[in-house]
Ligand binder design. Structure first.
Ligand code: ADP
Length: 494
């Protein structure tokens, strides 16, 4: 039955570029013979084929042009014309009749031929479009299948229309279901409700806000109970009119990466812990040695020991920064919050930095008393980092201005230098872990790119923000905010 439909129905043959000449030829000859039989033996009137021959044969020419393209249409027209020729030959008696009939047949043939060519050409054009589209889809499918990441493509309502094998390997069947959504979820907007799983959020968000989501991390449980970390990105695909037609979800398994990072953090944590105690003892011995040399009035020796001391202190700072970074990564950095005057802390910090600020004019502007609830040592660390950076990245003799102000229910601390400045595109990145500006000029500054990352995390965990305003070669101003503590209570809180 299927084969018969395929054989007869021209629509089912769309996209198949096999054009037969035999079927139209045979059918049209049989049709002509049948018409003759019908006229001569059934109707007993040779002229009864007149109108009937015109309509029936036109219908068949259109059919074959649509079934077998230009080839089918032209063959059908050729047989029709031949049959019309036979009718003229067998029916006309007078010369005038013959001339009129020939003229009419030529006219009809031209019309039929134009019809056959036009329909045949359209049919062939549609076929090649369908084939091209199918090839395109196959190519895309092959690419999607070969990608090393999981890919799910949904329609504009969030129903899956395509996916690759990787997605099953990464997530497994049930977790994949947790990733995709149904129409009801998008109509409810982007709010998460009890029915939507966390991982569905990127798809819902993309469909409702029309914004792409890049690399959001989620923990997903596979069918076998194993937990995996995945990074999900989703982007909206719109048609020419801007209507959303699909969403592409890219799922990357980052479990191994996470485990590696965890191992690395553990190692840094352990190594910096191990380094801490020998450095502390080293400092004690250096102090003893320094005292001993001073009592012996050995000035040269004292000078050398003082250099050893300052290098050891630098080493201690580095180790303590390393420890802080690993504590931040593992979420082990805790804060002891208390209420204190931040304006006073800024003044005290600048005083403790006295040695390193010798070559710069550090000016702290006057400020009224401002209380904050924060970890005093950690905030001291932030101020120290910003001021030592200002010193490090600006030429000797230039001024550094530090201000403390109230603004919109917050306290804003700023540190302004007239140094090398930071390019616009680097300004966000400098707060990333281990990020340093790689510029031939700046390479001469020592550091590991940990200070601003630690400062950002400390400020962020105090519900504040940190940012920089800077122009290359003109200097930078770093700002950080902390929520104000209205009441001036002196009680300690944790
Ligand atoms: P580092 O130990 O390298 O100073 P930080 O995290 O404190 O690490 O700073 C990150 C990078 O930001 C620095 O390497 C430097 O390129 C840039 N930077 C920080 N402060 C300043 C500043 N005041 N002026 C110019 N560049 C700065």
């Amino acid at each position: 039955m299927k084969r018969l439909i395929f054989f007869v129905d021209p629509i089912s043959r769309l996209g198949i570029r096999k054009y037969s000449w035999f079927v139209p030829l045979l059918t049209m000859i049989l049709l002509s013979v049948f018409s003759e039989v019908f006229a001569l033996w059934i109707m007993n009137n040779p002229d009864s084929v007149g109108m009937y021959a015109i309509f029936l044969f036109v219908a068949f020419i259109i059919y074959f042009a649509f079934r077998d393209g230009i080839k089918g249409g032209v063959i059908a027209t050729f047989v029709t014309t031949s049959y019309y020729g036979y009718i003229i030959y067998s029916r006309t008696q007078t010369y005038e009749e013959l001339i009129v009939s020939i003229q009419a047949t030529i006219m009809l043939t031209l019309v039929y031929l134009a019809l056959a060519l036009l329909i045949g050409w359209l049919k062939q054009k549609i076929d090649s479009l369908i084939v091209r589209e199918a090839d395109e889809r196959r190519r895309l499918q092959a690419i999607v299948q070969q990608l090393p990441v999981g890919v799910v493509i949904t329609d504009g309502d969030g129903n899956i229309i395509q996916e690759n094998k990787q997605i099953d390997l990464i997530l497994g069947q049930s977790a994949k279901k947790n990733l995709t959504i149904d129409k009801e979820m998008t109509s409810k907007g982007s709010q998460k409700n009890s029915k939507t799983s966390q991982a569905q959020w990127p798809l819902i968000q993309t469909l409702t806000t029309r914004k792409s989501i890049i690399g959001k991390e989620f923990e997903i449980t596979r069918d076998n109970g194993k937990k995996v970390f995945v990074q999900i990105s989703s982007s909206l695909i719109e048609n020419k009119e801007g209507k959303p037609i699909a969403v592409a979800l890219i799922v990357n398994d980052v479990t191994q990466q996470k485990e590696m990072e965890e191992r690395k953090d553990d190692f840094v944590n352990m190594a910096s812990h191990e380094l801490k105690s020998p450095i502390t003892s080293l400092k004690l011995y250096i102090e003893l040695l320094s005292r001993h040399l001073k009592s012996k009035k050995d000035r040269k020796g004292s000078k050398t020991v003082s250099s050893i001391m300052s290098q050891t202190e630098r080493l201690q700072e580095l180790v303590s920064d390393l420890l802080d970074v690993s504590r931040l990564q593992t979420g082990k950095l805790s804060f002891k919050k208390e209420i204190f005057r931040i304006d006073q802390l800024v003044q005290e910090t600048i005083k403790t930095l006295h040695d390193s600020t010798n070559n710069h004019k550090v000016v702290v502007s006057k400020s009224p008393p401002i209380n904050v609830l924060a970890d005093k040592f950690r905030i001291y660390q932030v101020i120290t980092n910003l001021v030592t950076n200002a010193i490090k990245y600006s030429p000797a003799g230039t001024a550094i201005n530090v201000t403390v102000k109230r603004s919109n229910g917050k306290v804003v601390v700023s540190v302004k230098d007239r140094g090398i400045g930071i390019e616009k595109e680097q300004q966000k990145k400098i707060f990333d872990r281990l990020y340093q500006v790689t510029d031939s000029k700046e390479k001469t500054f020592p550091g590991l790119g940990m200070g601003l990352y630690i400062s950002k995390e400390i400020v962020r965990r105090h519900k504040g923000s940190i940012w920089v305003e800077s122009d290359k070669d003109k200097g930078s101003t770093f700002y950080f905010t902390l929520p104000l503590q209205q009441k001036s209570v002196t009680k300690k809180t944790k």
